[in-house]
Write a protein that binds this ligand. Structure first.
Ligand SMILES: [Fe+2]
Length: 119
């Protein structure tokens, strides 16, 4: 499934939805957030993965400090979303059932949205 991420320029609220209909927050149209668009280290933000025995382990090679950390990892396939949130001090790694083609996302509180495709 296609998923759209949007952020409010005023309050920073981040949302996702399944259609590209305009959404308003703080009386302003939310902007679409595209993955891998921030000028920051790819290798520290792109979700990495390993597939074994129908399980996928997704990890991000990123610091987990109080003011700089990976907030969540998401796996989006044709008909399913798997999601895990993290807080500072956690290890940004999660294992889900693997069912084939999907998109992986990670979100850094400072460096926004990153993605990796599994064909
Ligand atoms: Fe970052």
């Amino acid at each position: 499934m296609k998923i759209y991420f949007r952020k409010c320029n005023k309050c920073g609220n981040l949302i996702w939805s399944f259609n590209d209909t305009s959404i308003t927050c703080c009386n302003e149209k939310m902007r679409i957030v595209n993955a891998n668009e921030v000028d920051a280290s790819f290798e520290k933000h792109i979700p990495q993965y390993e597939i074994k025995d129908n399980k996928i382990t997704i990890k991000v090679n990123h610091v987990m400090e109080d003011n700089h950390f990976i907030m969540w990892i998401m796996m989006v396939s044709d008909n399913e979303i798997n999601y895990k949130e993290f807080k500072p001090g956690d290890v940004p790694e999660v294992t889900f059932d693997y069912k084939g083609k999907c998109k992986l996302y990670s979100y850094c509180n400072l460096h926004s949205l990153w993605t990796n495709n599994i064909e």
